[in-house]
Write a protein that binds this ligand. Structure first.
Ligand code: GDP
Length: 444
């Protein structure tokens, strides 16, 4: 999980002050010493930490905080607001050109995740914003980059423009944008060449592409796991290319979070999206306030709701809800429900967005991983149609056969059957309660 260490430490520190009825200046100073250490340990840029602490101190020691009725909570509010500010304040939007297509240059060093992110961004533009993007393969130096983009395009069903690796990237970009216009695509994402290090040639070439296609956005893709290196890369790219935003990848593996917290202040450009995994739907718009809320253990219910809205098929969800209500839920429905939940991403990530989830004992070590879901699926798939519809007929010999068919131990089959039975019992009870409520006119 991103920010794990920082989140743990900050929450521990803030917990001590939260419920205090009286907070003194010394309490705040002591707390801020710990916050400072936590931020430094999370690899946040030294100067950024210094400024942050100064700002929080000034506000927290102010009269309106310490003299308030809930000083502990007020101090935490100040920390949250400043943390939000540090990451850019408001969420910044993606440009829309009034003369389509909107041109986006994707730039970054090799290995940062540029090509993958180009596919993810196109996916997000289609799914969330209902746009029609085209991809342009202008990374002619990394041997497999063009092929990789073409494969992504095929897999996701996006048009990909390429001219092989013998034509200059400037020419490819120019022709790509013209082609997008011709095909009425409203976004064009140009995957430019990466290098291992920043060098003059790279910057020169990117500047030429910029001049030639006049992009509406230049997104720099950087790897969160490289910490302060990512911050320095962002600063150089911005100094030389005047980028419009940063996409921070691999935040899923970055337990420290230093880059996410420093980039805005050091490179003076906002983070627009974050990569949260290798899959094509693992790109999220970056919301500073929600991220601050996650770091402080206050949850991120808004992102959770949005995920449910874009990822889950509403008609199917309604149908399932009806089946639950009428207690006609079968193992087939259960499988369907699993696949809907799976679309929203790894389960433990989803759970972590709930407020206070980190405080539930054992939650941090709870690993409801995709593998476990796959096991449940295997068991259900080894059942016959009749068994799925009437699980009560599954006797000992059937259990043995299902275990064998799914390659799972018989205890696991037993456990699933028992859980399913209990779930149905609960559904029946709930349906009964709803029925009563209806009679009173309480439910819609
Ligand atoms: P490029 O050289 O910058 O084009 O890099 P690629 O797009 O080929 O990505 C390099 C590696 O990083 C690939 O294995 C990607 O799957 C992986 N990657 C990209 N973004 C993410 C992310 O957000 N999370 C994780 N865990 N891996 C990522």
């Amino acid at each position: 999980m991103a920010f794990e260490g920082l989140a743990d430490r900050l929450q521990g520190t803030l917990q001590k002050i939260r419920g205090k009825g009286k907070v003194t200046e010394a309490d705040v100073k002591e707390m801020m010493r710990e916050v400072r250490l936590a931020l430094l340990e999370a690899d946040v840029n030294f100067k950024v930490v210094k400024d942050f602490i100064k700002r929080v101190n000034e506000r927290a020691i102010g009269q309106e905080v310490l003299k308030s009725l809930t000083p502990g909570q007020q101090v935490i509010k100040v920390v949250k607001e400043e943390l939000t500010e540090l990451m850019g304040g408001e969420q910044s939007k993606i440009a829309v050109s009034n003369r389509p297509p909107t041109v986006i240059l994707m730039v970054g060093l090799q290995g940062a995740g540029k090509t993958t992110t180009t596919g993810k961004l196109a996916n997000l533009l289609r799914k969330k914003y209902n746009r029609k993007p085209m991809l342009v393969a202008a990374d002619i130096y990394r041997p497999a980059a063009i092929k990789q983009l073409e494969t992504l395009g095929k897999q996701l069903n996006f048009p990909v423009f390429s001219l092989g690796d013998q034509v200059s990237p400037v020419e490819i970009a120019k022709q790509g944008v013209a082609k997008a216009k011709e095909e009425h695509c409203d976004y064009v994402l140009v995957d430019t060449a990466g290098r291992l290090h920043i060098d003059e040639n790279l910057m020169g070439e990117l500047a030429e592409i910029k001049e030639a296609v006049k992009p509406d956005e230049i997104f720099l893709v950087v790897d969160a796991m490289t910490g302060q290196d990512a911050v320095n890369v962002a600063k150089s790219f911005n100094d030389q290319l005047d980028i419009t935003g940063v996409i921070l990848t691999k935040l899923d593996g970055d337990t420290r979070g230093g880059a996410a917290l420093s980039i805005r202040s050091v490179a003076e450009k906002p983070i627009k999206f974050v990569g949260m995994g290798e899959k094509m739907d693992a790109l999220e718009p970056f919301h500073p306030e929600r991220m601050a809320s996650r770091i402080l253990g206050m949850g991120d219910v808004l992102t959770l709701i949005e995920k449910a809205q874009t990822d889950v098929d509403e008609a199917k969800a309604r149908e399932l809800e009806k089946k639950m209500r009428t207690a006609t839920f079968t193992f087939d429905d259960f499988l369907e429900q699993l696949s809907q939940v799976k679309k929203m991403g790894p389960l433990d990530d989803i759970l972590k967005m709930l407020p206070g989830a980190n405080k539930i004992k054992g939650m941090n070590n709870l690993s409801i991983d995709d593998k476990q879901i796959a096991h449940v699926e295997a068991i259900i798939q080894s059942m016959t149609r009749k068994e799925k519809e009437q699980p009560e007929i599954i006797n000992a010999s059937r259990r043995k056969r299902i275990a064998k068919g799914s390659g799972r131990p018989i205890q696991e089959v037993n456990r699933l059957l028992k859980q399913f039975e209990e779930m149905k019992k609960m559904m029946k009870q709930m349906a009964g309660m709803q029925q009563k409520g209806k009679k009173k006119g309480g439910f819609k």
